[in-house]
Write a protein that binds this ligand. Sequence first.
Ligand code: UDP
Length: 460
Amino acid sequence: MGRPHVMVIPYPAQGHILPLMSFSRYLAKQGIQITFVNIEFNHNRIINSISKSSHGDYVPNRIKLVSIHDGLEDSPEERNIPGKLSESVLRFMPTKVEELIKNMISETSGGTIISCVVADQSLGWAIEIAAKFGIRRAAFCPAAAASMVLGFSIQKLVDDGLIDCDGTPRVNKTIQLSPGMPDMETDKFVWVCLKNKDSQRNIFQLMLQNNKSIESTDWLLCNSVYELETAAFGIGGPNILPIGPIVLAHHSLEEESTSLGSFLPQDRDCLDWLDRHIPGSVIYVAFGSFGFMGKAQLEELTIGLELTKRPVLWVTSTGEQPPIKVGSDRIRVVRWAPQREVLSYLAIGCFVSHCGWNSTLEGAENGIPFLCIPYFADQFINKAYICDVWKIGLGFDLDERGEFTRLEVKKKIDEVMRVDGECKKRAIKVKEIVIKSASKDGTSYENLDKFVNWIKSLVN
Ligand code: UDP
C-alpha cells in the first residue's frame, strides 16, 4: 500500500501560506506525503529565510517545496502595483499548476499518484483543474467562516439591492447576515476597493467564480473554531468544516520555534527582551505582512504609545521605521517576530493589530486583549468579532477626518490593559474555548481527524 500524497496550493500571500503550511505539517506528521506549491518569488523568499534562520529551521522529510512561475517580474515595484498579483493568479497560475500536475502524474516522471489537491478557497480554478484530472479535492479557507459566508451571499446582496453587479455598494448600510454574526458595513465588504475599480471588479469576479468552482469539492475546510462562529457555521451549512486554529494541531515545543513558510527570518532576540518584563506590561504592535499606515497616523500611534510609558514590541514587516525617539529602550522594533511565541509570553498585555485572521486567532488562542486598527478586506469583519461579538478588544473612536489621535491611543491602551478589565476577563474565556476545540475530543480536533482518515482511505 502506498502513502497518500497531497498537493497543497496556497494563494501567494503570507497570511495564506502560513496556515496552509501548518496544515501540511500536520498531515506530514500523520504519514502523508505533501507537495507544497508556491510561486517562484515566494518560494525563493521562503528558502532564503530558512537559510538565514539561526534556530535550525528545517523542511520535514515528507514535505516537498516546489515552485511555479507566475508571469510577473521579480521586482517588488511590479509586484506592488495594485491588482497585479490577483491578475497573475487568474491568468498565469492555472496553466502552470496544470503543467505541474501533468508532469507529476506522467509515467516518464515516476507516475506519482496525487490522492488529493488541497487548494486555497480563493483558488477555485485549482479545484477545477484537479477535477479535470480526476483527483479528489478539498478547499481550505484561511479566513473566518463569516468572510466565506459573505462571499456565498453575493447573489442575495445583489437581489436585495445592496450592491450592484460589480460589487459596488448601492447604499451605505450596516447589515447582519444572521443573528449572532458580526455587523458588516456595505462599504467595507471584503471586495470593496473604491479607489481601484479594476481591482475590485477582478476580486469580485474571482469570488463569484470561486463560489461555483468549490461546489465540486469533497471538503470545505475552514481555519476557524465552531464555538467562536456558531452563527456563521449555522448559515454556511454542515459542509463547512471548522478545523482551526490549525497551528495548534502540530503543536510541540520543538516545532513551536520553526517558522517554515515565513518570507522573512524571525528576530528571536526579542524573546529575551520580553523575558525581562513583568507580566501584562508589554504592548505588542504588528500589522501582518503588509505595512499600511500613513505617515500622520503612524506618528499619532507612536506618540500615543510613548504617552502610555509602557514597553512596546513593534513589528515593521516592510522595514519602515516608526518615528521613535532614538535611544528609547522602552520601544523595541523588529522586522519580523516569532509572533505566535511572542503572544504566548506572559509579558504581553495587549495586541495592537490590523486584525488579519491569523493574528486574530493567535491573539485569541493566547488570551490577549486587542486594540484594533483594521485596514482592508476581511479585517473589518474580524474586528467586529473581536470588539462586538467576543468582546475581547476595543477599536479607536475616529475624529471627523476618520483618524485617531494620540490621546485616543493612550486612553484605549490604558483601558484594554487593565488586568481586571472586561476585555482581559473575556479574552481568557475565549482562550479556553479555542484550546478546548483544538484538543482531543474537541470540534476542530475531531473534524481534522475525520479529514485525515478520509485522505488515508484514498490509498486503500
Ligand atoms: N507574523 C509573524 N511575525 C511577524 C508578523 C506576523 O510570524 O512579525 C505572522 C503572524 O503570526 C500571522 C501572519 O504572519 O500568522 C500574518 O497573517 P494575518 O492573517 O494576521 O495578516 P496578513 O499578513 O494576511 O495581513
